[in-house]
Design a binder for this molecule. Structure first.
Ligand code: CA
Length: 253
């Protein structure tokens, strides 16, 4: 059977170029949907070096409430396999005490351009529990604060709507934007790709893009300088018991 030789007709070239272009676009879409990797990892914390009940070297506690609690390192309880070693950061609250705990934080930077923060999170409850906030320096050189909601540069929380656990970001001016749903009793990787110059950030879950994209900072920020974790119940409610565990925090820029 005779096969006509392949010829580079204009139509064929067009189809070939179109195919390459579409392939590139698909590839680009796949690539951009993955959690970004930038610069150098300037901090990696596996929580293995701290004694139970304490915090890693360089970490501090910001006393933001009358709560006796603050996130600290523990040996992972039975049934929870840490992402690394045998220890994790536990974020939890004593029932009957203040609804918000103090915050455990670490400084980095200052970063004025772009920073990627990733950590692994394990949730055991479906009511608000973990909050994540970043602080920095405002354009008029004042500090934003590690504090839930309106005082931080950006703020995320887990939970709120039963029966799901989801990531929510607090909006500039108030209100919330819902993010992806988490599964309880399993590890998830959360990545924040933060564009400091634009004062926006994207959230990735398990290395996939989510609906939390180009989310504005709560407060105008010139440079980011620190990251905190804390625990917060739904306002006016007692949460069901259920700590959150954090492992393998990485900061790169
Ligand atoms: Ca660990």
């Amino acid at each position: 059977m005779f096969n006509a030789p392949l010829r580079a007709t204009p139509h064929g070239l067009f189809q070939t170029c179109l195919g390459v272009l579409l392939g590139s676009l698909v590839l680009a879409a796949v690539v951009t949907a993955q959690a970004p990797v930038i610069g150098n990892v300037v901090m990696f914390e596996d929580f293995e070096g701290a004694a139970p009940g304490a915090l890693p070297d360089g970490w501090k506690v910001s006393r933001v409430s009358a709560s006796p609690d603050f996130p600290h390192v523990v040996s992972a309880p039975a049934g929870i396999q840490p992402r690394s070693g045998g220890k994790v950061l536990m974020v939890n609250r004593t029932v009957g005490e203040n609804l918000s705990t103090s915050l455990s934080y670490v400084d980095f930077g200052p970063v004025e351009d772009r920073v990627v923060v990733s950590f692994w999170v394990y949730v055991t409850s479906h009511v608000r529990s973990l909050n994540v906030s970043l602080r920095g320096t405002t354009p008029d050189e004042k500090d934003t604060l590690f504090r839930p909601n309106s005082d931080s540069s950006l703020f995320l929380t887990l939970n709120t709507s039963r029966p799901d656990v989801n990531i929510r970001s607090f909006n500039r001016g108030g209100g919330w934007t819902d993010g992806p749903v988490l599964t309880r009793n399993t590890w998830h990787k959360v990545t924040l790709d933060i564009n400091v110059r634009a004062n926006t950030f994207d959230v990735y879950l398990n290395d996939s893009a989510t609906q939390l994209k180009d989310v504005p900072f709560v407060n105008a920020t010139r440079a980011l300088t620190g990251l905190s974790f804390g625990y917060q119940s739904v306002t006016g409610q007692e949460n069901e018991p259920g700590p959150v565990y954090i492992d393998d925090l990485a900061i790169s820029y």
